[in-house]
Design a protein around this ligand. Structure first.
Ligand code: DOR
Length: 437
């Protein structure tokens, strides 16, 4: 799909523009020209000779384009679950203008060949920006480092063995050392494989009740603690993916206080569901790390509010019906997230857990910084990536309408409030949702 801007000029009129990069929250116009932000401010006057397409954004909220730094697109190798094209469409429908895709494809993105392949496919097929993340170790095997330097040259924005923890602390330390040389953030999937064992849900009262093997919180926390020490040792930038426990939050908060370069993200499902949901034995509730308990949700919410958790990310993990229509123990870990992430975050604003600009910063400015891309702002001259949502629209999730190839969501039929209505990438409208549905 051609991404180049063909439209000369677009005027988004009268929206509430929330752009934390400029500390802006006001009713204003946004004028986009040749794919860049031309002007921003109240009642903009467009020269009479200019041909502009107009979007009436009164009653709508206009923000810098949303960035999801944690998705799984399954291409190459798992195209029955998702392709770059379907994942990109799901992202656009979910309001995202940029996403980063994890390396656990088949083959794994552990060499410049695979990175280049992904980038070529993205250039041909994606209406949004997709930034590849390279593996830390070859084949995600945890035995030897991947070709980090050549992948960097080919265009990766971070490294991660997400889906698997690099259990060898020496190797992870080496990865952190290398990452500094290549100015890359290292993203940690924090689950000690031995403590996790064959666990499929949070270890606690409910795992006993449901007769399922548990994953203790400590499986996550020992790796978060280890990786913080290694970040301190190396001076590298560490990012902790999908934080799920109150204990991890406390470790990250303390590390930040000590000046260690650590950032963290949280997913919509860890912010919304507890391990009670596993009691349905719906395999769509099976995720890694597992859904925890109410006190963890509260700690995660608070961590976003106080900035301990920097970014909101979906961990969009598509799996086919066959891979999920099995016994809970046997099912793959993961749920799709791109098309339901936003309203689940926005619910926290509606419940006054976060203010709006905090949420927007965690979806724009801060994730851009973590992966080092020049995005997340509507400053004059910036790429005109814009997300516009209707804060009042109520709608019901229907997984059969997803753009994603997979439907593994526990949020089917959930009633949501707040919906993306325009997704704009470099001045081009790549998704237009129904208004007042
Ligand atoms: O639930 C998950 N699914 N967590 C991960 O970290 C990996 C992901 C996947 O690739 O399916």
């Amino acid at each position: 799909m051609e991404r180049k801007n063909t439209m000369n000029s677009l005027l988004i009129k009268g929206g509430r523009i929330v752009d934390p990069s400029q500390k802006m929250d006001q009713i204003a116009d946004l004028w986009i020209r040749s794919g860049k932000v031309e002007a921003i401010g109240p009642q903009l006057q467009i020269p009479p000779h200019e041909t502009v397409e107009r979007i009436d954004a009164s009653q709508l909220i206009v923000t810098p384009g949303w960035i999801d730094i944690h998705t799984h697109l399954r291409e190459p190798g798992g195209t029955h679950k998702e392709t770059i094209e379907t994942g990109a469409r799901a992202a656009a429908a979910g309001g995202f203008t940029s996403i980063a895709c994890m390396a656990n494809t088949q083959p794994v993105n552990d060499s410049s060949y695979i990175t280049t392949y992904i980038r070529q496919k993205v250039a041909m097929e994606s209406p949004i920006h997709i930034f590849p993340i390279g593996a830390v170790t070859k084949g995600l095997k945890g035995e030897e480092l991947a070709e980090i330097g050549s992948m960097r040259e080919a265009g990766i924005v971070a490294i991660s063995d997400d889906g698997k923890t690099v259990m060898n602390a020496y190797l992870f330390r080496k990865a952190l050392d290398y990452s500094r040389r290549f100015d890359l953030t290292v993203i940690s999937h924090a689950e000690d494989l031995n403590l996790k064992g064959l666990g499929v849900m949070n270890e606690g009262f409910n795992s006993a009740r449901f007769g399922l093997r548990g994953v203790p919180r400590a499986a996550e926390e020992v790796i978060v603690a280890r990786d913080i020490y290694l970040a301190e040792l190396t001076g590298a930038r560490l990012h902790v993916a999908h934080v799920s426990t109150a204990g991890s939050v406390a470790l990250i908060r303390e590390a930040k206080r000590r000046g260690i370069q650590v950032t963290a993200e949280v997913t919509p499902h860890h912010l919304t569901l507890t391990d009670e949901a596993v009691g349905t034995y719906d395999t769509n509730t099976k995720v890694a790390p597992p859904l925890r308990e109410q006190e963890d949700i509260e700690a995660l919410q608070e961590a976003v509010a106080d900035g301990t958790v920097d970014a909101l990310a979906s961990d969009h993990a598509p799996h086919s019906r066959e891979e999920k229509a099995v016994e809970y123990d046997q099912a793959e870990f993961g749920m799709v997230g791109l098309e339901t992430a936003f309203p689940l975050y926005y619910a926290k604003v509606l419940k006054n857990h976060w203010d709006l600009s905090k949420m927007v910063a965690a979806m724009t400015l801060k994730p851009a910084k973590i992966i080092g891309v020049k995005k997340g702002t509507l400053q004059v001259g910036a790429d005109a990536d814009v997300s516009i949502f209707d804060p009042a629209m109520e709608w019901i999730v229907d997984k059969t309408q997803f753009q994603s190839k997979s439907q593994n969501t526990p949020f089917h039929f959930w009633k949501m409030r707040g919906k993306p209505v325009y997704t704009i990438v470099e001045g081009r409208v790549v998704y237009r949702g129904a208004l007042n549905a």
